[in-house]
Design a protein around this ligand. Structure first.
Ligand SMILES: [Zn+2]
Length: 275
């Protein structure tokens, strides 16, 4: 599942490919992809609009349009954009299509049907339910160690679960939450409010470090397949604990362990992260 770094990479690629282009026609093929818009409304609100800017908020991609509307996309599990020539065939799981000027089209393909799209008024984005409660962006000034300290001191949640809570911290999912905790040597089960200020400062730094490294770990966009996911998210090269159960910790040599937390796997080093 894409987390902030992967969504950032897709956002950047989309910006390079479609910013400045006009949507000649749009079609919502699977209505459930955009439950807040009817297929007719979806098509009508995108047709003729130019893409002014493509931005990211948390794990959402925001395409701001010249008609004061914004197309919001959440990739969820398997959603992906594919950028092709207009006469290319659609993929088997194409659920929406934007035809662009210049002879190109953008498909939204989603094998598992968890992805979400919505067209909203740009001046009302703050009120869109998916965006309204999001925590500050990790790379913003607002997301400081003080912010984390204030947020966590009120939370009895275990720290790993608090890191996944998008109202507290945006952009971290199961992989980067585990990686940041390992780097900061924090026990994933520790209640968030028990973290001392120095440990929060360390965690804050490691969250930014792990996200920056993952964003920088981008590969070339493969223009031939047009798949905007191509070569991204190679976290296996970076992971120190994620999916490394039974393998030695790169810091101390102890075996990495896995347990279930909030219905998902948490990977950690029992020695480095004992407290
Ligand atoms: Zn270790």
């Amino acid at each position: 599942m894409p987390e902030l770094p992967e969504v950032e990479i897709v956002t950047k690629r989309l910006r390079e490919l479609i910013a400045g282009k006009t949507i000649i026609k749009a079609q919502l093929i699977r209505a459930g992809l955009a439950p807040e818009n009817s297929p007719r409304q979806f098509a009508a609100s995108l047709r003729g609009a130019r893409v002014d800017e493509v931005a990211r908020r948390g794990k959402h991609i925001l395409a701001h349009l010249s008609n004061r509307r914004t197309l919001i996309t959440h990739l969820r599990m398997t959603g992906r954009f594919i950028y092709l020539d207009q006469d290319a065939e659609h993929t088997p799981h194409t659920h929406a299509v934007l035809w662009l000027d210049g002879g190109k089209k953008l498909l939204f393909d989603d094998q598992r049907h968890f992805g979400l799209m919505m067209v909203a008024r740009t001046d009302e984005l703050d009120r869109v339910k998916h965006l309204a409660k999001l925590a500050p962006e990790p790379f913003s000034r607002e997301f400081s160690p003080e912010y984390l300290h204030d947020t966590f001191k009120r939370s009895s949640q275990q720290i790993k679960l608090a890191l996944l809570d998008q109202t507290k911290v945006v952009g971290l999912g199961n992989i980067y939450a585990a990686e940041a905790l390992h780097r900061a040597k924090i026990n994933p089960r520790l209640p968030a409010k028990k973290l001392s200020k120095p440990r929060i400062v360390s965690l804050h730094g490691e969250i930014l470090a792990v996200l920056s490294e993952a964003i920088a770990n981008d590969n070339e966009f493969d223009a031939e397949t047009g798949d905007l996911d191509s070569g991204y998210g190679r976290y296996d090269q970076l992971a120190r604990v994620y999916e490394r159960e039974g393998q030695p910790c790169l810091a101390c040599g102890s075996q990495i362990r896995r347990f279930t937390q909030g219905a998902r796997s948490t990977y950690f080093c029992p020695h480095c992260q004992r407290r």
